[in-house]
Each structure stands twice: as structure tokens, then as C-alpha cells.
Design a binder for this molecule. Structure first.
Ligand code: ATP
Ligand code: MG
Length: 455
């Protein structure tokens, strides 16, 4: 409809404009030719010694009056001396053109009606500088009038044919367009029902094809995130089920068997440990969901060193229990853009792992240094190491290399998943290198924050 209306308006404008222009052109050419004619007659008459009906009739007969319907010559008081349409002279000719011409003007007027064009021109006659009368000519022309009329008719026809073509084209185009749009809408409905693997095939090579491709990408992302979500829910419930089952089993044993008080105490202690594990796991799950929903823009300028020291203070008791020596090298510290809480979580999880999966009497080295435009944090332990085939999985949720060992140390398999999300969110990178039986090194790199650039 928009196309139709716009083209209709444009064609209407062109129609009116071309008709006006053609009339204008006719007007101009007629004006010039008729005024020239009048001036010629006026000059012939001005040269006469005696001006009367017969001398004037003689003079004007010399002029080529082809196309002139009526020619009138008057004296200075509007009385006709010669009239080609009326042989009886001496009557008053009080046409507006004659009156204006006797005022000394060259006059031309024109009207167009029903295919006929009537043009009138009048000029004064001066003899030796004195006004002695005027020449009036009238032309009634149906030929040029018909020409204008047929031109207008033709333009109107062209307009109508073009408009019809536009209507047909717009209709066809709208049909094709809505058919393809409907295809996308149908696909949207299918995906809304949960059929994420559905793909829309648009064909063609236009914006709708691009829209279709974008839509397919979106559906694929939805499918992946839906898959992740359902995997996460099933993994999480499975992980939560294990300590709950242990608690149930332990409490049933206490209730059903006659146990001595020491065994009961041991069982209740185990129930407490499982409850602690549940507690830790739910805290990690909460922190994971908090990180995932946190806005990207939250960050502050922090130095890595003080946070490392804070973590070391926090975990020093745990390290001491396992007789693990912590060595720190923070001399080449530099600031980065991150939330301090997030940085704390990264360092805490990596250092905690370094202690948990270390050998007895082992050591843990934490160093911070600047390399080109990056701040590099390196945590190296002398622990059990990670087998090569597990290296690609340790950042997955709930993944643990040695389930028994990890469970014994209370691990939920969420620490490194949290670390990776935070690192990537802060434009950082994390790498791991490990040798089984010798130890593991985690290297975290962040773009260093340059104070000078910022000032
Ligand atoms: P938590 O959620 O309490 O951190 P977790 O330590 O088991 O539990 P992650 O920190 O994600 O979980 O680590 C995943 C697995 O990777 C661990 O279970 C462990 O098997 C292995 N791992 C991580 N860090 C080390 C390390 N420094 N040395 C050896 N193995 C490691
Ligand atoms: Mg851990």
C-alpha cells in the first residue's frame, strides 16, 4: 500500500507538472509570434501618409495573416478603422486588450477551454512618436489545443498503466515477502514449543535470508544453553544426591543397629561431614549462579599482590596441617581491572587446589609478574599432577580427576569452573601445565591496567 500511494503521488505530481509545462511552452511561443505579428502590422500602418479604412486594409493585406482569426485596427479612441470579421467600420471596440494597448502597452492574453485555444494580442501604433491607434489580433486555434489535450491524455494513460504495474508488482512482492516472513514466524512458534533443533530454510539472497541465518544461529545457541542447563541440573542433583544418600544410610544404620556409643559418635561425625560438604557445594553453586548473572561492567583497579597475601593468610592453617610450604614472589606486582571479590575467588580456588592436591611436605609457589602489557599470576605446586587426558576437562563443572580423593577432601568439582568463568569475563586467560607425580602450574594472564594511559 505504501508503494502504491507513494508512486501514485509521484505520478500525479509529474502529470500535473508536465501538463503545466506544456501549456506554458505553448503560451510563450504564441505570445512571441502574435506580438511580433501585431508589431509588424503596426509598423506598416505607421508608415502610411493617410490613415483610413482603405489604406489600412491595403497595408494589412501585405502582411501574412495565416492563422489569425480576426484582426482589428482602431484609432486612438477605440473606433475601428479595419476589422477582418466585420466590414462595417466605425464601431467602438472596447476589448480590454485594446484599451491597454491604447495606454501604450503590448498586451497578450490567452485561454484554453475544451481543446480550443484562444489567444489575443494588441500593440499600440505610433506615427512619429504620436499614438494613432492599435492593432488587435485574435486567434482561435483548435489544432494546438487538441495537441495539448492529447498530450495530457497520453500522460494520463501512461500514469494509469504505470500505477497498475506498480499495484501488481507491489501485490506480488508483498505476497512473496509475507510468505517468507510467515515461514520465520512458524519456525519461531516451533522453537517456542521446545523443538530447538528446528531450522528455517529461507532460500534467496536478501535481508530475509540473513534474518533466517541469524534466527538459526539464535536457535542453535538456545539449544546449547538449554542443553547446558539441563546437564547442569542433572549433574547438580546427582552430586547433591550422594551426600544425602550417605546421610540417610548413616542415620538408618544408627537407628536399626545396636551400636556402642563410640560407633554412634563416629557415624554422627560422618553425618556432620556430609552436611558440611552439602553446605560447601550449595555455596559454590550459589556463587556460580551469581557470577553468571553478574553484569560485565562491574570492576575496579586492584593490585594482585595484596589479594594473594589475603588468601595465603586464610589458607595458612590448611597448608600447615598438610605440612605444605607456601612461597610467594610478589615483587613485580601490577594493577588490573577486576572486582576484588572475583580476584579473591580465582586465587583462593587455585591455591586451595594447590594445597589439597599436593604431596605431604610439598610446596606451593605463587608469583606475580608483568610480561609486556599483561599481568601474569602463576601458581605452581609439587602435587599429584593431572593426567593428560583429564587436562581438557578440569574446567568443566563437577569434573574431578580422582573422585575418591576429591570427595575425601570435600571437593565438589566446581572450583575451576568458577575460576574459568571469572577469568574469561575479565578478558583474561588461564592455562594449565602438569606432570603426573611432579606437580601442576596454573598460569592466569590479565591485561595490565596502565595508570599513565588513563590519566
Ligand atoms: P571444589 O569445588 O571444592 O574446588 P574440586 O577441587 O574437586 O572441588 P576443582 O577445583 O574444579 O574441583 O578441580 C577439578 C579437579 O581437577 C579436581 O577434582 C582435581 O582432580 C583436579 N585438580 C585441580 N587442581 C589440581 C592440582 N593443583 N593438582 C592436581 N589436580 C588438580
Ligand atoms: Mg578446587
Amino acid at each position: 500500500m505504501t508503494y502504491v500511494v507513494i508512486t501514485f503521488l509521484v505520478l500525479l505530481f509529474l502529470n500535473i507538472y508536465s501538463s503545466k509545462i506544456s501549456q506554458e511552452l505553448f503560451y510563450k511561443s504564441k505570445q512571441t509570434s502574435m506580438i511580433e505579428h501585431c508589431l509588424l502590422a503596426a509598423s506598416e500602418i505607421a508608415e502610411l501618409d493617410i490613415v483610413n479604412s482603405s489604406t489600412v486594409a491595403d497595408a494589412v493585406s501585405q502582411i501574412d495573416s495565416l492563422g489569425i482569426t480576426r484582426m482589428v485596427i482602431t484609432d486612438q479612441s477605440c473606433v475601428s478603422i479595419y476589422d477582418s470579421a466585420n466590414q462595417s467600420y466605425g464601431s467602438y471596440i472596447i476589448f480590454p486588450e485594446v484599451i491597454q494597448a491604447l495606454d501604450g502597452n503590448k498586451v497578450f492574453s490567452w485561454n484554453y477551454h475544451n481543446g480550443a485555444m484562444q489567444s489575443r494580442a494588441a500593440t499600440p501604433i505610433y506615427s512619429y512618436g504620436t499614438l494613432i491607434g492599435c492593432v488587435y489580433m485574435m486567434e482561435y486555434d483548435t489544432e494546438q489545443g487538441t495537441l495539448i489535450q492529447s498530450l495530457q491524455k497520453n500522460t494520463l494513460w501512461i500514469t494509469l498503466v504505470l500505477e497498475l504495474a506498480v499495484i501488481l508488482f507491489s501485490f506480488g512482492f508483498a505476497q512473496a515477502f509475507t510468505r517468507r516472513l510467515r515461514r520465520i514466524m512458524l519456525s519461531m512458534r516451533i522453537i517456542r514449543e521446545g523443538e530447538y533443533s528446528h531450522k528455517v530454510i529461507m532460500g534467496g539472497n536478501d535481508e530475509l535470508t540473513v534474518l533466517g541465518d541469524e534466527f538459526n544461529d539464535l536457535a542453535e545457541k538456545l539449544q546449547t544453553s538449554e542443553q547446558k542447563r539441563s546437564n547442569f541440573v542433572s549433574d547438580a542433583s546427582h552430586e547433591l544426591k550422594t551426600p544425602l544418600a550417605s546421610i540417610k544410610l548413616l542415620s538408618d544404620s544408627i537407628l536399626q543397629n545396636d551400636m556402642d556409643i563410640d560407633t554412634v559418635r563416629e557415624f554422627v561425625g560422618d553425618i556432620g561431614n556430609e552436611a558440611d560438604r552439602l553446605n560447601r557445594m550449595s555455596q559454590k553453586l550459589l556463587s556460580l549462579s551469581r557470577i553468571e548473572t553478574q553484569a560485565d561492567s562491574d570492576c575496579e583497579i586492584v593490585y594482585i599482590g595484596p589479594t594473594v597475601e589475603k588468601v595465603v593468610r586464610m589458607l595458612s592453617a590448611m597448608a600447615a596441617n598438610n605440612n605444605i610450604r607456601i612461597i610467594t614472589d610478589l615483587t613485580d606486582d601490577c594493577p588490573i581491572l577486576i572486582l576484588e571479590d572475583d580476584l579473591y575467588q580465582i586465587i583462593f580456588n587455585l591455591v586451595e587446589n594447590g594445597i589439597k592436591y599436593n604431596m605431604k611436605d610439598g610446596s606451593l609457589t605463587i608469583s606475580v609478574h608483568r610480561q609486556d602489557d599483561n599481568a601474569v599470576l602463576q601458581i605452581t605446586d609439587t602435587g599429584v599432577g593431572i593426567p593428560e587426558d583429564s587436562l581438557g576437562h578440569i574446567f568443566e563443572r563437577f569434573y574431578r580427576v580422582d573422585k575418591a580423593r576429591s570427595r575425601k577432601s570435600g571437593g565438589s568439582g566446581l572450583g575451576l569452573a568458577i575460576v574459568r568463568i571469572i577469568v574469561e569475563r575479565n578478558r583474561g586467560q588461564i592455562q594449565v601445565a602438569s606432570t603426573v607425580g611432579q606437580g601442576t602450574t596454573f598460569t592466569v594472564t590479565f591485561p595490565a591496567f596502565d595508570m599513565e594511559d588513563e590519566v
